[in-house]
Design a protein around this ligand. Structure first.
Ligand code: SF4
Length: 337
């Protein structure tokens, strides 16, 4: 019997095995961060934009309309607002996100309401932009959120399971198929510095998609498009909106070899029940941070470096110490004073 591994679980393990353990092995339910719930809702709505059948799309085109389900930017935004309101209703929680509670940054009721509003506005701007940028674009060439179950690299006893956001042919009719992954996060990897782009070009998520694509379609993808949603910001003087940047990343056999090692490590961890904590900046966003920091969260007051007190030199103490150490180290101590 083959072992099925979901891409989400594997990626979670890759970031921090202990986090994987808490979520999937110990099955501890904790509230989910609002930005994750938000990201899922945006993905769900964008996927629904492509729900028309080819016949319905052809009719729309004849009338000079978009093939996206909402016929205008306003109706796309309206759909978003109603979805976001539904997502936030406690009675709908299980339908949209699991576990059922949302974790907010704010503590008071007012802060939480502000946060919900902020995400509603952010979502509206992302949806409006996506609709505008894609209103005349050809539809994806495979079902959106295309599910896959494929053998893992180098192993017939392990199946990788997951879903790809979109597959697009660019230019349409060229035969060049790209994997598209939509991102709702703030990161912008457009800089040409290879060090800054490293996380994208070696992201296991994209490696899994590329591997699955080649198994499903029997051909090589033209690239993987990291498509960030929304605007980067506004020019403070002209008020003009600044675009984020799309990054296309390739995959090859070296990436698949890395993935094979990750899978092997995942299986060994399961076997030995060893799940080390990997701490880093990703912990800021971890839903399990409070549990992980057992017994209690430690905080300390940060001090500006210029105000850090190294203490005063006491020449007598230093001399005494050096004179004590000198005979042990068998070197002669030059006279200090
Ligand atoms: S807080 Fe950091 S170390 Fe702890 S489980 Fe989460 S990601 Fe891992």
């Amino acid at each position: 019997m083959a072992i099925r591994i979901s891409a989400t679980k594997l990626l979670n393990y890759g970031r921090c095995p202990y986090c994987y353990f808490l979520r999937y092995e110990a099955k501890i339910e904790v509230p989910q961060a609002i930005y994750l719930v938000f990201g899922q809702a945006i993905h769900q709505l964008i996927a629904s934009f492509y729900r028309l059948t080819p016949e319905q799309q052809a009719k729309r085109l004849k009338r000079g309309l978009t093939i996206l389900f909402p016929t205008s930017k306003q109706s796309a935004v309206k759909l978003w607002i109603s979805l976001w309101e539904d997502v936030l209703k406690e009675k709908n929680a299980k339908r949209f996100h699991n576990p059922c509670k949302i974790r907010f940054r704010g503590k008071t009721k007012t802060e939480i309401e502000k946060e919900k509003e902020k995400y509603k506005e952010l979502g509206a701007s992302m949806i409006a932009k996506y609709w505008e940028d894609n209103r005349n674009a050809p539809p994806p060439v495979a079902p959106v959120e295309r599910r896959f179950t494929v053998c893992a690299p180098g192993r017939y006893d392990v199946l990788l399971v997951g879903a790809i956001d979109q597959i697009r042919e660019i230019p349409y009719g060229s035969g060049k198929w790209y994997i598209v992954d939509l991102k709702t996060g703030w990161q912008d990897y457009g800089e040409e510095d290879p060090r800054l782009q490293f996380p994208v070009h070696h992201d296991y998520q994209f490696t899994i998609y590329s591997w699955a694509f080649r198994r499903i379609f029997g051909k090589k993808e033209a690239g993987i498009i990291r498509y960030p949603l929304g605007w980067k910001g506004k020019n403070p003087i002209t008020e003009e909106k600044i675009d984020k940047r799309v990054l296309v990343t390739p995959r090859n056999e070296h990436h698949y070899a890395d993935l094979a090692v990750l899978i092997k490590s995942f299986l060994l961890s399961q076997n030995k029940q060893l799940f080390p904590k990997i701490t880093g900046n990703h912990c800021w966003y971890c839903d399990y941070l409070e549990i992980c920091s057992h017994p209690e969260l430690i905080t300390s007051q940060p001090i500006p470096v210029s105000q850090f007190d190294w203490g005063k030199v006491d020449i007598e103490i230093i001399r005494e110490q050096l004179e004590e150490v000198a005979p042990l180290k068998k070197f002669s101590q030059p006279k200090l004073l």
